[in-house]
Design a protein around this ligand. Structure first.
Ligand code: GBH
Length: 474
C-alpha cells in the first residue's frame, strides 16, 4: 500500500474541532447568566495563572457568526461545543432562560446553514454555583438537577442536533475538582471525590434517559472520557499492581458502571480505606449502564507509573499543577513518571501509540460501539511572524502522528467515526489561563483577531481530501 493509500479515511469520517463554553464564550453576565463554579474559582486569587478568568475569553458569545464562517472556510464537517448550564438554568433548577437557549439555537442554525454537524456537550465543568453551594457533585441531588437540565436542552435542540455528549471528562470534574483541587470548585477531599464520581455516573445515566425521552430516536447519546493509557514502568508485580490501581481510578471508575454495569471489585478494594461506597443505591447501576450510541475518547498523553516503594530516581510527572494534594485517592503507594520523549508546551509527552492503544482497548471492551476522538491536540508557544502569519510545524507533526494512529486503528478493525481537534482556537486553558495555546486558530488577546495557524490550513486540507497531507504540505 502506498503512503497515500494508507492515509485515506472513510468517506463519512467527521473532521471536527472542539471547544467548551467557559473557555471561549465570555459574556458571563449577559442574558441572565449567573456564575458557575469556574467564575468563582477563576476570580479567587491564586487559582489560575496570572489571575486569568473567562470573563471575556475569546468573546465567542458575540463573535459566533465569524467563528462559524471560519470553521466553514477550514472545511470542518463537525463542531463540538458545550452548553453553559448557568446560561440556561441560572440557579441550576427550575425553568429555562429562553435568551440563554436562544444563543445555542442561533449557533446551531448557523452551523447547519454551513453544512457543519453540531455535537453538543451538556456539561464541560461549569456547574451553576448555587448547586455547588448546596454540596456540588458529592451530593446525589446534583445528578437529578443535571437530568432536568439535560431535558431542557434536549427539548430545545433535539430536533436539530443529532450528536449528544452528556459529560466531558468526569474524571477531571471529580478528581481535579474535589481531590487535587486544581480545578473548580477547588476542594481537596479524596473521599468526596469518589462520591462525586458516582454522582457524575448517575448524572450521565439519568441525563441520557431524559434526553432520550424528549428527542427523536435517531439521535446519538454518548459520553466523553479522558481515558488514560496507563503503563507500568516495569513488568515487576508491584509495578503492574500500581498500573492496575491507576487504571481503575482513571478508567474503571467510569467505564465499569457505564459499559459493564459494575464498579471493578479491585477499585472497591483499593478505596476501602476511604469509603465503602454506601451512596451507590439499588438501581443506580442499571440507570448508569443503559446502552450508549457512541463513546467519545479524549487523548493527550499516556501515564507511566510504578510502585512508590521501588520507584527508581528520574523525572516525575504529576501533570496536575502544583497542588500538594493528589488527584488519585488512596494511591500514596504509586509513583508517577515522565514518559520519555519529546513534550509539548504542557510538558505532556507526545506519544501517538497511546491513542492507537486506547482505541483498540475500547474496540475490545465495547464491541460494536462507534467511537469518536472527541479531543486531541497540543499546546505550543505560537507567535505571529512580522507578516502576521502563524507557523506551528510542531502542531502539524502532532496532528499527523495522532491522525495516523487513528487511521491505523481503523485499519485494525476499530469503528472510529470522527476526530475533533482540540481546539478550534486558542482559549482559556483552565488553571493555566491564556498562557497555553491549543488552537488551530491563533487568537490575539488584545484585539481578539483570529488568525488560522499553518496547522489549520494543513487540517483543512485533510478535511477536504479525506487523507493526511505530508507534514511539510499545506
Ligand atoms: C481536556 O482536559 C479538557 O477537556 C479541555 O477543556 C482542555 O482545554 C484540554 O484537555 C487541554 O488541557 O498527568 O502528565 O499524564 C484534559 C485533561 C490532560 C488531565 C492530561 C490529565 C494527564 C497529564 N487531562 N492529563 S499527566
Amino acid at each position: 500500500m502506498s503512503d497515500l493509500m494508507a492515509a485515506t479515511f472513510p468517506p463519512a469520517f467527521l473532521w471536527g474541532a472542539a471547544t467548551s463554553a467557559y473557555q471561549i464564550e465570555g459574556a458571563v453576565r449577559e442574558d441572565g447568566r449567573t456564575p458557575s463554579i469556574w467564575d468563582t474559582f477563576s476570580h479567587t486569587p491564586g487559582k489560575t495563572a496570572g489571575g486569568d478568568t473567562g470573563d471575556i475569553a475569546v468573546d465567542h458569545y458575540h463573535r459566533y457568526r465569524e467563528d462559524v464562517a471560519l470553521m466553514a472556510e477550514l472545511g470542518l464537517t463537525a463542531y463540538r461545543f458545550s452548553v453553559s448550564w448557568p446560561r440556561v438554568q441560572p440557579t441550576g433548577r427550575g425553568p429555562a432562560v429562553q435568551r440563554g437557549l436562544d444563543f445555542y439555537r442561533r449557533l446551531v442554525d448557523e452551523l447547519l446553514a454551513h453544512g457543519i454537524k453540531p455535537a453538543v456537550t451538556l456539561y464541560h465543568w461549569d456547574l451553576p454555583q448555587e448547586l455547588e453551594d448546596a454540596g456540588g457533585w458529592p451530593e446525589r441531588d446534583t445528578a437529578y438537577r443535571f437530568a432536568e437540565y439535560a431535558q431542557i436542552v434536549g427539548e430545545a435542540l433535539g430536533d436539530r442536533v443529532e450528536q449528544w455528549i452528556t459529560l466531558n471528562e468526569p474524571w477531571c470534574s471529580a478528581f481535579l475538582g474535589y481531590s487535587s483541587g486544581v480545578h473548580a470548585p477547588g476542594r481537596t477531599e479524596p473521599a468526596a471525590a469518589l462520591r462525586a464520581a458516582h454522582h457524575l455516573n448517575l448524572a450521565h445515566g439519568l441525563g441520557a434517559t431524559a434526553l432520550r425521552s424528549v428527542m427523536p430516536a435517531r439521535n446519538s447519546v454518548a459520553i466523553s472520557l479522558n481515558s488514560s493509557v496507563v503503563r507500568p514502568l516495569s513488568q515487576q508485580p508491584a509495578d503492574l499492581a500500581a498500573a492496575r490501581k491507576i487504571d481503575d481510578l482513571a478508567n474503571g471508575v467510569f467505564h465499569g458502571p457505564i459499559l459493564h454495569g459494575a464498579y471493578p471489585q479491585s477499585l472497591l478494594e483499593a478505596t476501602a480505606s476511604l469509603t465503602d461506597w454506601p451512596y451507590v443505591r439499588d438501581g443506580d447501576l442499571a440507570v448508569i449502564q443503559q446502552p450508549l450510541d457512541a463513546l467519545g475518547l479524549n487523548y493527550y498523553t499516556p501515564t507511566l507509573v510504578s510502585a512508590a516503594e521501588s520507584a527508581p530516581p528520574g523525572p516525575r510527572a504529576d501533570g496536575h499543577g502544583s497542588s500538594d494534594h493528589s488527584p488519585w485517592p488512596a494511591a500514596q503507594d504509586v509513583a508517577f513518571h515522565q514518559t520519555p520523549g519529546e513534550r509539548t508546551e504542557m510538558g505532556w509527552t507526545i506519544d501517538p501509540t497511546g491513542l492507537h492503544e486506547l482505541i483498540m482497548r475500547y474496540t475490545r471492551e465495547a464491541p460494536g460501539l462507534p467511537l469518536y476522538i472527541t479531543e486531541n491536540g497540543a499546546a505550543y508557544d505560537d507567535k505571529p511572524e512580522s507578516d502576521g502569519s502563524v507557523h506551528d510545524p510542531e502542531r502539524i507533526a502532532y496532528l499527523h502522528g495522532h491522525l495516523s494512529a487513528v487511521h491505523r486503528a481503523i485499519a485494525d478493525g476499530a469503528d472510529v467515526r470522527g476526530y475533533y481537534l482540540w481546539s478550534l482556537m486558542d482559549n482559556f486553558e483552565w488553571a493555566y489561563g491564556y498562557g497555553k495555546r491549543f488552537g488551530a486558530v491563533y487568537v490575539d488577546y488584545v484585539t481578539l483577531e483570529r488568525i488560522p495557524k499553518s496547522s489549520a490550513h494543513w487540517y483543512a486540507r485533510a478535511a477536504r481530501t479525506g487523507k493526511l497531507p505530508e507534514v511539510g504540505e499545506r
